[in-house]
Design a protein around this ligand. Structure first.
Ligand code: GAP
Length: 442
């Protein structure tokens, strides 16, 4: 396939994903009924379910299943002194140029022609630094003491709680503090669907180590990041590690490895892993006292940082599949059961047969109580239901038919369960449904 054809196919894939997300109620443009609001996205029921599944899986792996992690939820608004101390107030900026004719703004590092506007051909002005933090005023006062910012990273909420965690939990070093929460950046050019948004969520860990142990911790966490990415269904053939060269390191970083993903719009950052040295604890004047020998140290920090929406986009791009079934093109999302918004859908073969509906309701309630993410689906014929569930990535569709009711006595109290990926159906006993699904989940 030529480069041009490849590009066309990739951009078509992106369009297909965006369209599926809208059609099936995953993701909508923010403030859409007022014409949209660039860089913001609203998540519908299914989108929100997947986001929750991603965050739960991350929390389970990096917090609940470990003894050395403490999970917190810090305030988004913090005193401006936090951002002055970190250098964000001064340095958290991207170089921007503005077109003198149409006033469109561009990030200079993202455009090929640095002199002329890509939209109208007009002359581009001088590059200047544009701070990406959203500034706001807190309280009734209007002077500069009221200034605060919507946090551009969740990390600082962790650092300012370092002492709280140490004083209340007395953790032995090495240990980590983790947080999932919103972050905000006034991106000059939000783009590529949910890839670069102005409001997004991060899942971050600050892992505190003795300086001489930083490399071990860095490698261990890098490995854990790989394992998590693969466990949520990110295509690892499309993930690449990039050792960030020293000129491109953030001002706080001593070493950064970016995990990049092959998106249809190019190979771009998915997640990051940084060695922040003692930068943050030093600037916030925080220390750690080893309770065993009263030794006072400033721990060094390893920071795995994940964007929730980028995880979602990589998962959707990895899961999107087209094949042929029954002589037609079929679209389905090959999502891991742990991540799929709906784990299984329950249907009566015919919705106008009360005896089928009532038995189906029984099965539905049983599964709903056990798994939560279970859908009732009696809309349209069975074929249409399967297609709809395939498109949202439901791993199993369960159908209650006349054999369930005993038309064939040997099949009494059995149902059909259809596998999303193969389209194959099995007949199993209702009493075995829960263990069947649980086995597949493990
Ligand atoms: N605390 C370190 C930090 O914030 P970062 O590389 O600027 O590092 C971490 O951001 C992660 O947050 C990125 O790897 C990406 O997954 C996500 N992210 C950053 N900017 C984003 C944006 N505008 N939209 C969506 N996700 C973003």
């Amino acid at each position: 396939m030529s480069n041009k054809e490849n590009k066309k196919e990739e951009s078509e894939l992106m369009e297909k994903i965006v369209s599926l997300c809208k059609r099936r109620g995953f993701i909508f443009p923010g403030s859409e009924i007022y014409g949209g609001f660039a860089g913001t996205w609203d998540y519908g029921h299914f989108g929100n379910e997947i986001l929750n599944n991603i965050k739960n899986s991350w929390w389970e792996k990096f917090v609940s299943n470990r003894e050395d992690m403490y999970g917190i939820r810090a305030a988004i608004l913090m005193r401006q002194e936090v951002w002055q101390a970190t250098g964000h107030a001064e340095h958290f900026a991207d170089p921007m140029v503005e077109c003198e004719k149409c006033q469109h703004r561009f990030r200079i590092d993202q455009i090929e022609d640095k002199n002329n506007c890509a939209d109208c051909g007009g002359k581009l002005g001088e590059a200047r630094q544009f701070n990406m933090m959203f500034q706001t005023k807190v309280g009734a006062s209007e002077d500069s003491s009221a200034i605060s910012y919507l946090r551009p990273e969740t990390a600082q909420g962790i650092f300012v709680n370092f002492k709280n965690i140490v004083d209340t939990h007395h953790p032995k070093i090495p240990f980590g503090i983790a947080q999932i929460g919103k972050a905000f950046r006034n991106e000059i050019t939000p783009r590529d669907f949910i890839f670069r948004s102005r409001e997004f969520e991060q899942m971050e860990i600050e892992y505190f180590v003795r300086e001489n142990n930083w490399e071990n911790a860095f490698n261990e966490l890098k490995n854990e990041m790989h394992l998590w990415m693969s466990s949520v269904g990110i295509d690892m053939n499309k993930v690449h590690e990039l050792e960030v060269v020293s000129e491109d390191l953030a001002h706080y970083s001593k070493r950064t490895v970016d995990f990049e993903f092959d998106y249809p719009f190019g190979r771009k950052e998915l997640f990051g892993l940084a060695y922040r040295g003692d930068f943050d604890l030093k600037i916030h004047k925080l220390e750690y006292v080893d309770e065993e020998n009263s030794e006072k140290i400033t721990p060094h920090v390893i920071e795995p940082s994940f964007g929730v929406e980028r995880a979602l986009l990589a998962i959707l791009l990895s899961a999107y599949t087209e094949d042929e079934m029954g002589g037609e093109v079929r679209i389905y999302l090959k999502l891991r059961p742990q991540i799929a918004p709906v784990l299984c859908a329950v249907s009566p073969l015919l919705k106008n047969k009360p005896e089928l509906v009532s038995k189906s309701r029984e099965v539905f309630s049983m599964l709903k109580k056990e798994f939560g993410r279970v859908a009732w689906d009696d809309n349209g014929n069975i074929g249409k239901r399967y297609r709809r569930q395939d498109e949202i990535g439901t791993p199993w569709c369960i159908v209650i038919d006349f054999d369930t009711l005993g038309e064939n006595p040997e099949l009494l109290d059995t149902v059909t369960i259809r596998d999303r990926d193969t389209g194959n159906q099995e007949r199993i006993k209702i009493s075995e449904l829960i263990s069947y699904i649980k086995n597949k989940l493990n």
